[in-house]
Design a protein around this ligand. Structure first.
Ligand code: PHE
Length: 340
């Protein structure tokens, strides 16, 4: 019986000395495991002399119950302390800077396209989307270039394996689509989109690039309207004091045809490497819509007239940001793209 009392004392003392859950679990095995002190003490009931057996058994069970409930209490409080400790030591610091989430950005060509849309929106032009896969008829023939026409050489073409189906070489075929959809109403649209040319890739030419076509059709649309529109655009895009120069040119689908230059943004017209010492930078081709093209679009050229222009937004971006290689646009080099 006195063994049981000292077992109880020792068990309690050792339990009190445990400070962590691991220590408590080790204690539990030591006392309650298969060969634990309590387990053994209980097994001994049978060896105790008959007269004392009952009292011994009762006492042994009391000690077992007592130590077991002391253990449960100690375990619960150790767990609570562990939690409190971790709440203090592993506290979430809400003032730490967050993890960096990489964000995308608009491609520089898209940014410039959107600036162009905004400027022309203010001038009353709507955006009209037209297909990139075209047919020979719309890309050339209806634009006044029959199959034999030498001017077709100006547009080196990606043909598909299906005869007559090609990737558009310019956005001008879109003129036909808008006119046929809108005739006989007046038109004021821009037609942005990707164009493709079977060309050697250099710092100045790519096989894919954007164009923004402009088309205005009405009963009294004149060259003066074209000039005014172009100048307003150049001023909004490049600054109020830009000079615009117009040269005569040739396109099969406009008559007369012009090419538009702007005084060089780097040297202001004195001559530098950007403008190849000419003082001028070419920004677009344009002209009055050819009567045949108006007719192909469903408009009577006796009654209607129109102007059209076409520019390359990548070229515009190159001028605006002094980018010296057009290949950078579709080269997917983030070091370049992240600068805009
Ligand atoms: N489509 C012509 C080109 O690709 C540009 C242009 C458009 C010229 C409209 C005149 C009128 O070069």
């Amino acid at each position: 019986m006195s063994d049981l009392s000292s077992l109880e004392e020792r068990g309690l003392a050792e339990l009190k000395a445990c400070s962590t859950e691991t220590e408590l679990r080790a204690w539990k095995t030591r006392y309650f495991g298969d060969r634990g002190d309590i387990t053994l003490a209980l097994k001994q009931v049978g060896t105790v002399p008959q007269a004392e057996r009952r009292a011994y058994g009762q006492k042994a069970n009391q000690v077992k119950e007592f130590l077991n409930s002391a253990f449960e209490d100690a375990l619960a409080s150790a767990k609570r302390q562990d939690l409190e400790r971790s709440l203090v030591s592993e506290r979430l610091d809400v003032t730490l800077p967050g993890r960096w989430v990489p964000t995308g950005r608009l491609h520089v060509a898209t940014q410039v396209l959107r600036q162009i849309y905004a400027i022309f929106a203010d001038l009353g032009f709507q955006v009209y989307r037209s297909r990139e896969v075209e047919d020979d008829l719309t890309n050339f023939e209806l634009l006044n270039m029959p199959p034999h026409h030498p001017a077709r050489d100006m547009w080196d073409t990606f043909h598909t394996t299906k005869p007559g189906v090609l990737l558009r070489t310019h956005t001008s075929p879109g003129q036909i689509h808008v006119m046929r959809e809108c005739c006989p109403r007046p038109i004021r649209v821009i037609l942005p989109g990707m164009c493709y040319r079977y060309e050697a890739i250099t710092t100045r030419s790519e096989i894919m690039f954007h164009q923004v076509e402009g088309l205005a059709v009405g009963t009294r649309v004149s060259m003066a309207d074209l000039k005014g529109t172009i100048i307003a655009f150049a001023h909004r895009m490049f600054g109020e004091d830009r000079q615009v120069r117009i040269r005569s040119s040739y396109f099969p689908f406009t008559e007369p045809s012009i090419e538009v230059d702007m005084d060089c943004i780097v040297c202001g017209g004195k001559g530098c490497t950007l403008c190849k010492r000419t003082g001028w930078l070419e920004i677009m081709g344009a002209g009055m819509v050819h009567p045949t093209v108006l007719q192909n679009g469903g408009y009577d050229p006796e009654q209607f007239s129109g102007f059209a222009f076409g520019m390359g937004p990548e070229r515009i971006a190159m001028l605006k940001y002094a980018i010296d290689d057009i290949r950078l646009f579709w080269g997917n080099d983030l070091r370049f793209l992240r600068q805009f």
